[in-house]
Design a protein around this ligand. Structure first.
Ligand code: NAD
Ligand code: GLY
Length: 366
């Protein structure tokens, strides 16, 4: 069992990571049970594959598990599902001191966290992430949100979970494409500020994607430790430190918008292509070496991930992609900050990027 603390004063919590932990969930979730029952929000796919493991643990502890099962997919992060979920939580008589368990990927975690933030002006919640993306990133740090017509994640709140339970064995049932998408967010930590971890990814990424549990666990532990450190330094993304976690997201957002935020390009896939483009643009500006940009792109390619516009299936003009970027929520004072790199493990926030130059770069990029 590995325990990673997230140090946030009165909002501090632990992340516990262990293989098979879901089967003995009540060993660690008992403090979050009230009145002999546990309310668990999940989606239809996870309900079939992983919920029975949690239920076996609550059953043997004499706890009643009350599941709320929502449709799988990004469309669930919506006003209508939020309304349904909050109505159900209120009907169940959730109290402010209670905890709701989010069992699923980033969609279930983000939606449940937001519902928990607003029901009765805030109740507790626990994250039990079941995708690699959620295990290495979205379950930690308290960003909760739904999507609106104006864009993704535009309606939300910072609301920290009270606990995060990570069982790498749940990845056994995750489709390979989803595993790869989550891997992009894992590699991100190496590229931000940890060149040794990127080298580890180059050496062990293939094993991780092949289902090697030791490699998966090592990557998850390393990633959540990095995320916990960054969130501890800048909980609400004010100092610029947490913004580093958005590496590849501005370019990636444009690709997601161009592909209609659909299954044509998963979020993690867009992030992989976006990171490769951010490094490509950094090399184009002479900020980092062409060798480093090539190394990043080659690693995503080897992992079976998109690593540029063509492999992401995007053929739009640069100006149109920049237009999409301008509608992202990361605008600050009317300008668009970009995460660029001086090398592997040397990401920085640039606030003076010329958008016409970015558009011209994208017109020439592959
Ligand atoms: P997801 O939650 O949609 O899960 C992907 C698919 O995998 C779904 O179909 C789901 O049913 C299925 N699934 C999940 N676990 C499974 C398992 N163990 N076995 C079989 N199938 C399983 O997607 P995601 O990639 O986990 O999350 C994407 C979301 O996360 C996006 O909405 C994104 O905005 C958000 N996100 C949030 C943060 C944050 O800090 N809050 C960070 C990154 C991404
Ligand atoms: N995934 C970006 C963040 O948590 O800040």
């Amino acid at each position: 069992m590995t325990i990673v603390p997230v140090a946030l004063g009165t909002r501090s919590y632990d992340i516990q990571i262990a293989d098979g932990l879901l089967d003995r969930a009540m060993d660690v979730l008992a403090p979050f049970v009230a009145r002999g029952r546990m309310v668990v929000v999940t989606d239809e796919s996870v309900a079939k594959r992983q919920l029975p493991r949690l239920k076996a643990s609550t059953d043997s502890a004499g706890i009643t598990l009350h599941p709320i099962v929502l449709p799988a997919g990004e469309a669930t992060k919506s006003w209508s599902q939020l309304e349904m979920l909050t109505d159900q939580l209120l009907q169940l008589g959730i109290e402010r001191g209670d905890h709701v368990v989010a069992l699923g990927g980033g969609v279930i975690g983000d939606l449940t966290g937001f519902a928990a933030a607003i029901v009765k002006r805030g109740c507790g919640f626990v994250q039990v992430p079941t995708t690699l993306l959620a295990q290495v990133d979205s379950s930690v740090g308290g960003k909760t949100a739904i999507n609106s017509r104006a864009g993704k994640n535009l309606i939300g709140a910072f609301h920290q979970p009270s606990f995060v339970l990570i069982d790498p064995s749940v990845l056994d049932t995750l489709p390979a494409r989803e595993l790869r998408a989550g891997y992009a967010e894992t590699v991100k930590y190496g590229l931000i500020d940890d060149a040794d971890f990127f080298a580890w990814c180059e050496a062990h990424g293939a094993e991780l994607l092949d289902g090697d549990r030791a490699a998966q666990t090592e990557a998850i532990e390393h990633s959540v430790a990095a995320k916990a450190r960054i969130v501890g330094e800048d909980e609400t993304e004010r100092s610029g430190r947490r913004a580093l976690l958005n590496l590849g997201h501005t370019f990636g957002h444009a690709l997601e918008a161009e592909t209609g935020f659909s299954d044509a390009l998963l979020h993690g896939e867009a992030v992989a292509a976006g990171i490769a483009l951010a490094f490509g643009y950094s090399a184009h500006k002479g900020l980092c070496s062409a060798d480093d940009a090539e190394r990043v792109s080659a690693h995503f390619k080897a992992a079976g991930l998109p690593h540029g516009l063509t492999s992401a299936g995007v053929r739009a003009e640069g100006a149109k992609l920049v237009f999409h970027m301008l509608h992202d929520k990361k605008m600050e004072g009317g300008t668009l900050p970009f995460l660029l790199a001086r090398g592997i493990g040397e990401t920085f926030l640039a606030r003076d990027v010329d958008l016409d130059d970015v558009a011209a770069f994208l017109d020439s990029a592959d």
